[in-house]
Design a protein around this ligand. Structure first.
Ligand code: ASP
Length: 312
């Protein structure tokens, strides 16, 4: 008598892409990033392996990365030109295509959870600025003193950027945005992304991360995508939705679609990376930078993290 196959699940996380090579990443950062990615995988894996939803898994995985000062989200987020920290995040449920997002929030410890509150407890998809901060308080989403987010490394990056005004994007070209995509044992996908944006951003700048279809998208008919990179270009291409559309309408596999859309984005001048998960358990990651902080766990026992391009 043959027994039914064990239910399958998969989880991918990222902690940003950029000029990440063995020469540019210190041994300390390398170790901290790997530990952080692994902790995020562990948190998501605990949800998925006990039959939990992809939506819950991507939220907890991103929460772990938001608390980790190694990455540019939550604690350790980059500074705006004026020395503030303004956080963006989004979450999307592939089963229902419900989505929530926030931009420019200043006191929420876990912006991904505030995005989920927007999805579940408001009639809207995207809340920005002061109103989003007010909504966070009303929803009793955990608030912290803005000092919680501050790290000396990010302050130094802002000083360096101001000393060299030509360097508009993150001076080190390391996009430290975090994200997760997952497929659960019921075959539903979800995506979440969280970021401080780019160093020295001004005038209420919002990147691709909280924009549904640009930096974040999930659709059970195709895949879930979370992106990192030069947000202005990812917005113009609609990267996450474009990958999904190629899979749905052109029958491309995940890797082909992700590679093609990132190549198109690079042709405009924007580099970065994506993680992608499909409802049948297929996954892909792709990046046009030398490296991407990334990790993968699955019901097949896979549990690995990687940083550099040659790690596969
Ligand atoms: N995509 C993000 C943004 O443009 C930056 C990043 O990936 O780190 O806001």
């Amino acid at each position: 008598m043959s027994s039914a196959p064990a239910p399958r699940w998969t989880l991918l996380v990222h902690g940003g892409a950029g000029i990440l090579t063995r020469d540019t990443v210190s041994a300390q950062t390398d170790a901290a990033a790997r530990a952080g990615l692994d902790a995020a995988l562990a948190a998501g894996e605990a949800v998925l392996s006990s039959g939990g939803t992809a939506l819950d898994a991507v939220e907890v995985a991103v929460q772990v990365l938001e608390d980790d000062p190694t990455f540019n989200s939550g604690r350790g987020a980059v500074f705006t030109f004026d020395g503030a920290i303004e956080l963006d995040a989004a979450i999307m449920d592939g089963a229902t295509r419900a989505a929530g997002a926030v931009a420019g929030v200043t006191r929420t410890r876990h912006p991904v959870s505030l995005a989920r509150a927007v999805m579940e407890h408001s009639p809207h998809v995207l809340l920005a600025g002061k109103g989003a901060d007010i909504f966070a308080t009303e929803q009793a989403v955990e608030q912290v003193n803005p000092d919680w987010f501050v790290t000396p490394e990010r302050r130094a990056q802002l000083d360096k950027m101001k000393a060299n005004p030509d360097g508009w994007f993150d001076v080190d070209m390391k996009y430290g945005t975090v994200g997760a995509v997952a497929v659960d044992t019921a075959g539903h996908v979800a995506a979440a992304t969280s970021t401080g944006g780019v160093t020295g951003k001004r005038w209420g700048r919002v990147g691709d991360s909280p924009l549904i279809g640009a930096g974040t998208h999930a659709d059970d008919r195709a895949c879930a995508v979370s992106a990192t990179g030069a947000g202005e270009f990812f917005i113009r291409i609609g990267v996450a939705h474009e990958i999904s559309a190629r899979i749905r309408f052109a029958n491309e596999d995940l890797q082909t679609a992700a590679d093609a859309v990132l190549a198109e984005t690079q042709a405009l001048g924007g580099t970065g990376g994506v993680i992608v998960a499909g409802p049948d358990g297929d996954v892909a990651w792709s990046f046009t930078t030398p490296g991407m902080y990334r990790g993968r766990a699955g019901s097949d026992g896979t549990r690995r993290v990687a940083i550099y391009g040659e790690e596969g």
